[in-house]
Design a protein around this ligand. Structure first.
Ligand code: ATR
Length: 282
C-alpha cells in the first residue's frame, strides 16, 4: 500500500507533461504532503493501469490525450460538467472506494480568460476551431456565460454539427465548416484543433477577428504556436496560448482532491519565465 498520498497523470505520450511540476508547486505552496508522477498509458492498457493504481492506494489521477473519454466511462459517478462534456480529466478515489470523475478543462479555460486576462464572454460572438474532445469540454462552460453566439467550425463538418446538436439546449450554438466563416466576425476565437502544434492552421478568412477581438490557443508550447502567431498577425488585442488554462485546470483538480484551492498566478509566472529561458537557450 502507498504510504504517502499518491497522484499521477496518465496519457500517451506523456514525456513533456508539465502536470507533475505544477502539482508539486501547488503541494509545496499549500503544505500538502503528497506525491504526483507521470505514467505513459496507451488507451489499450488504460483500464488495467487505472485499476492497478487505485488498488495500490492511489488517491487521484489526471487523464489526458487520448484517455479522457475512457476515463469518463471508467468513473462510477460524474460531476454535472463531466456528464455534459462526455470527457473526464480528473479521477478521485472517494472514502467508500468509488471513483468520482470530473472535467476541469472548461473551468480552467474560463478562469484564465476572465480572471487572468479580463476577457468578458457575456454578449460576445465566440468561434471555436475544431470539434474534438477539447471542444466538448469547453462548450458548456462558455454557454453558461451567456455569449451572443458560439460557432464551432470544423474540417469534418458532421462533428461540429453533432456537438452543436448535443449542447443546443444550453444556448445559442451552431456548427459549420470553414468555408461558411467567410464574411463573419468574432470577438473571441479559440483554437481547439490539434493542428497548431504541428505548425498547421485551418483555412481562416483574413477579416475573421473583430476589432479589439482576442485569440486563444488551447494548446501551448515554448514558442508562440501557429495560431498565436495568426492572432498577432491579425491585430488581436490579446493572442494567448493555453499555459494559463493548463495551470487553472490543474488547480481545480487539486481542489477536487485536497479541498484546497492553490494560488495560481505565481505558478503561471514561474512557468512562463521557465519557457522564456528555454527559448533563449536555443
Ligand atoms: P482533442 O481531444 O484534443 O480535441 P481530437 O478529438 O483528435 O483531439 O480532435 C482534434 C481536432 O483537431 C478535430 O476537430 C480535427 O478535425 P477533424 O475532426 O476534421 O479531424 C482538428 N484538426 C486536426 N488537424 C487539423 C488540421 N490540419 N486542420 C484542421 N483541423 C484539424
Amino acid at each position: 500500500m502507498m504510504k504517502i498520498d499518491t497522484y499521477a497523470v496518465f496519457g500517451h505520450p506523456i514525456t513533456h507533461s508539465k502536470s507533475p511540476r505544477i502539482q508539486q508547486l501547488f503541494a509545496k505552496q499549500t503544505a500538502q504532503v503528497m506525491q504526483y508522477g507521470a505514467q505513459d498509458v496507451p488507451a489499450e492498457i488504460f483500464t488495467t493501469a487505472v485499476g492497478n493504481f487505485f488498488a495500490a492506494g492511489g488517491k487521484g489521477l489526471n487523464c489526458t490525450v487520448p484517455l479522457k473519454e475512457l476515463a469518463w466511462q471508467y468513473a462510477d459517478h460524474l460531476s454535472d460538467r463531466a456528464l455534459l462534456a462526455k470527457a473526464v480529466n480528473t479521477l478521485a478515489r472517494q472514502a467508500d472506494g468509488s471513483i468520482f470523475g470530473d472535467n476541469t478543462d472548461g473551468i480552467g479555460l474560463l478562469t484564465d480568460l476572465t480572471a487572468n486576462h479580463g476577457i468578458s464572454l457575456t454578449g460576445a460572438n465566440i468561434l471555436i476551431l475544431g470539434a474534438g474532445g477539447a471542444t466538448r469540454g469547453i462548450v458548456p462552460v462558455l454557454l453558461e456565460q451567456q455569449p451572443a453566439t458560439v460557432v464551432i467550425a470544423n474540417r469534418t463538418v458532421e462533428k461540429a454539427l453533432a456537438i452543436a446538436d448535443d449542447f443546443a439546449i444550453l444556448g445559442p450554438l451552431q456548427g459549420c465548416d470553414y468555408t461558411s466563416l467567410q464574411g463573419r466576425q468574432f470577438d473571441l476565437i479559440l483554437n481547439a484543433t490539434s493542428a497548431s502544434l504541428s505548425g498547421q492552421l485551418p483555412p481562416l478568412p483574413a477579416a475573421l477577428l473583430a476589432s479589439k477581438g482576442s485569440c486563444y490557443d488551447l494548446a501551448y508550447a515554448n514558442q508562440p504556436t501557429a495560431f498565436v502567431q495568426w492572432g498577432i498577425a491579425h491585430h488581436a488585442c490579446r493572442s494567448l496560448d493555453g499555459l494559463g488554462m493548463l495551470v487553472e485546470q490543474a488547480a481545480e483538480a487539486f481542489y477536487v482532491w485536497r479541498g484546497i484551492r492553490p494560488e495560481t498566478s505565481a505558478v503561471i509566472r514561474l512557468l512562463n519565465d521557465e519557457r522564456q529561458l528555454t527559448d533563449n537557450s536555443r
